[in-house]
Ligand binder design. Structure first.
Ligand SMILES: [Zn+2]
Length: 326
């Protein structure tokens, strides 16, 4: 990488990270440091600043390779426009930085308000619980103004997934398409709600399994995002929750695949595949939550049916929840 480009990247990364960090977590250090909000520490050398700021972008796992930006956020970061041009603030898409140790993607989302009568284009999404509780005009206003409190329970925007970008690696082991709702197979583009902390937690669970000595080639997502309209189809006894975390992009149902068969593996080595194997994944999630309380959430164990093997639901709802046969 040429020096000029490198320094531009340093500045860009610093500003982008500072802004993202200020958005995602309160920074009490700021009050005592006397620095202006959002500015990086002045004396850090560019390389160490870059390294530590990129660490932030890559999450606790160090394995995130993408950050998702609402158009409002993208527009509020001039440095992003310097890097990628005006489209980054105006057009949904994947904008990639070629960093020394691999690509990092900034993905501009479609605004929530682009969903009209439950659809974007011909892709059916449906109505979020928050929209049913508040008048639509109020929800759209809240989305456009970006009021955090008003936005609670409602996504910031939608990742636009196309035939061309569906294989984008958003973390070391996951691609955009892994989290799509499993319906409307011939409709493109599709739309996806996904939160980075979920990706971070899944990467940490996979790493934890390996640390526990469990063979885990692949953590497979059986169900990630579920559009409200898809989720509503399965609501009922033994089915989906009407206010499922899957609608908010912070939940995934997962299992470990080791061989060529797309089915849960025998993780505890007892010669059979059952809920005891799902429990191994749940225990890994438990350990991850102990180490990273900010990723706390739901962990549920599910048994096999004729349609699927045993699996574990993992989410980052912010409060601890446990269910199933622990
Ligand atoms: Zn689930």
């Amino acid at each position: 990488m040429r020096p000029l480009r490198h320094s531009l990247m340093v500045v860009a990364a610093a500003l982008v990270c500072a802004t993202l960090v200020s958005l995602v977590r309160p920074a009490p250090a700021r009050a005592t440091s006397g620095r202006a909000p959002g500015l990086p520490a002045p004396k850090a050398s560019p390389d160490s600043a870059l390294a530590s700021l990129l660490d932030t972008l890559r999450g606790n796992s160090g394995k995130l390779r993408a950050r998702f930006l609402s158009p409002r956020l993208a527009a509020g970061l001039p440095v992003l426009r310097e890097l990628f041009g005006e489209p980054v603030a105006q057009r949904a898409g994947v904008y990639t930085s070629a960093l020394k140790d691999g690509p990092f993607h900034f993905i501009t989302m479609r605004p929530f308000a682009d969903k009209v009568q439950g659809r974007i284009g011909s892709y059916r999404i449906g109505t979020f619980p928050a929209e049913r509780r508040a008048p639509r005009a109020q929800v759209t206003l809240a989305a456009n103004s970006g009021s955090a409190a008003a936005l609670r329970g409602q996504p910031d925007g939608f990742l636009e997934v196309t035939l061309a970008n569906q294989d984008t690696r958003i973390s070391e082991h996951f691609r955009l398409r892994d989290f799509l709702t499993k319906d409307q197979h011939s409709v493109w583009p599709k739309y996806l709600v996904l939160r980075e902390p979920l990706l971070d937690k899944l990467e940490l669970v996979l790493a934890e399994l390996r640390d526990m000595g469990v063979a885990a080639n692949q953590l497979k997502v059986m169900s990630g995002f579920r559009t409200p309209q898809y989720n509503a189809q399965g609501v009922g006894a033994g089915g989906r929750a009407s206010d499922s975390r899957h609608q908010y992009g912070d939940a995934a149902d997962v299992y470990v695949v080791n061989g060529s068969k797309d089915w849960m593996s025998d993780l505890n080595g007892d010669g059979r595949v059952d809920t005891r194997d799902a429990r191994v994944i749940a225990q890994a999630a438990e350990r991850v939550e102990q180490r990273y309380p900010e990723l706390v959430g739901g962990v549920g164990i599910y048994k096999a049916t004729s349609a699927h093997g045993p699996f574990v639901h993992i989410d980052v709802r912010g409060v601890r929840a446990r269910w199933g046969e622990w």
